[in-house]
Design a protein around this ligand. Structure first.
Ligand code: GDP
Length: 197
């Protein structure tokens, strides 16, 4: 099926995405309940977004969409196929090979999910050792201020150690979700441009 080919074809090197116009495969990673599904449905324009027709290939787990970032169109294939319950090294290895860039989610209300994000970051470094693989650490549910278990400063420091970007989001408030995607596209372009030069 078309969604199968999206996930599996040419996934090894991700070199195709070095060409302008070819889709970027962005992978959602993170523990259970952190908001990956909610993130993906905002991307897909599920709720009341005006541009839901733009989603060319949308299923539960894979969605392809064009977005405009800094005046230039980018095509993103968002993969939300990670089953946090079934994770093991083999599954993770196979899964991360499908991506050009990663959104590493945790919930600010759940310290265990933050620790899980750290573990996933370490696994990513091992499985995708390329130095400039774009990764954004995403602290979701920032609307739940009174249930916060992970401070912004701690997470920012952690991201610096991880050598990745950091953003806090709320899918419930639709806050910073698109900024996370814009950030990923900007990083992918920087990598693309540095390869060209
Ligand atoms: P997943 O397991 O990572 O796919 O997590 P889900 O997207 O299914 O979200 C788990 C639960 O957290 C659901 O009940 C969501 O409604 C809720 N949730 C997700 N994001 C937010 C958020 O930003 N704020 C709040 N308050 N709840 C959220």
């Amino acid at each position: 099926s078309s969604s199968d080919s999206v996930i599996s074809s040419d996934s090894a090197g991700g070199e195709q995405s070095a060409e302008p116009g070819s889709p970027y495969r962005v992978v959602l990673l993170g523990g259970s309940g952190v908001g990956k599904t909610a993130f993906a449905s905002i991307f897909a324009g599920a709720a009341d977004s005006m541009d839901s027709d733009d989603c060319e290939l949308c299923g539960d787990e894979v969605c392809e969409k064009e977005i405009e970032v800094d005046g230039e169109t980018a095509t993103i294939i968002l993969l939300d196929t990670w089953d946090a319950e079934m994770e093991n090294d083999w599954a993770l290895e196979r899964y991360v090979q499908t991506g050009d860039a990663y959104l590493l989610l945790y919930s600010i209300t759940d310290r265990a999910s933050f620790l899980r994000a750290s573990e996933l970051r370490i696994s990513l470094r091992r499985l995708r050792p390329a130095r400039h693989t774009p990764i954004i650490l995403v602290g979701n549910k920032c609307d739940l201020v009174r249930r916060r278990e992970v401070s912004t400063n701690e997470a920012r420091a952690c991201a610096a150690v991880f050598d990745c970007k950091f953003i806090e989001t709320s899918t419930a408030m639709q806050h910073n979700v698109w900024e996370a995607f814009y950030g990923i596209v900007r990083q992918l372009r920087l990598r693309r441009d540095s390869k060209e030069n």
